[in-house]
Ligand binder design. Structure first.
Ligand code: AMP
Length: 177
């Protein structure tokens, strides 16, 4: 990982609440070289392999996932917050720090047996990505890998996803929350 990629992330202490350091990727996205490099590095293990779909998690996963899909000549599938998708959906509830939330995808967005790569900006506890993997598997996807620009390894999310048998690719780590 290049030092310029890491330095393109803006860290904002105590956002959205005290004790959390928010890792802001808008500064990476706004830097043409860093954005291209992040996408190139994310897709590198799958260059030349057949990937049918890239699934991105709302909302930052849409930006990165769309670019990854284009690079791999794959389709793009949005995984959205409940109530946003117009056609028949499958949904899954998952735990947040306070309460639960629900994410959805169109039931026909992935055909059984299609090879899918999941993309989001950051993995922390892994709750969001675990739910997304479960949703994709429920509609018959082969989840080839999960990719994140940033890993917060102290929170154990990447390990959880690997324990599900899904390879995880991340480009950089930050200690703590
Ligand atoms: P988790 O489900 O705990 O793995 O949290 C991952 C989701 O929350 C991702 O969609 C991230 O965008 C967001 N997130 C969690 N922690 C942070 C953080 N420190 N900075 C920026 N985004 C975060």
């Amino acid at each position: 990982m290049s030092s310029d990629l890491r330095s393109s992330i803006r860290s904002i202490p105590d956002y959205p609440k005290p004790g959390i350091v928010f890792r802001d990727i808008t500064t990476l996205l706004g830097d043409a070289r860093a954005f291209r490099r992040a996408i190139d590095e994310l897709v590198q293990p799958w260059a030349g392999t057949k990937v049918d779909k890239v699934a991105g998690i709302e909302a930052r996963g849409f930006i990165l996932g769309g670019a990854v899909a284009h690079q791999l000549s794959a389709g793009f599938v949005p995984i959205r917050k409940k109530g946003k998708l117009p056609h028949a959906t499958v949904s899954i509830a998952y735990s947040l720090e306070y309460g639960i939330d629900e994410m959805e995808m169109h039931e026909d967005a992935v055909a059984p047996g299609e090879r899918v790569i999941l993309v989001d900006d950051l993995i922390a506890t892994g709750g969001t990505a675990t739910a997304a993997v479960a949703l994709l598997k429920r509609i018959g996807a082969e989840v080839e890998a999960a990719c994140f620009v940033i890993d917060l390894p102290d929170l154990g999310g990447a390990r959880k996803i690997r324990d599900l048998g899904v390879p995880v690719r991340t480009l950089m780590e930050f200690a703590g929350h």
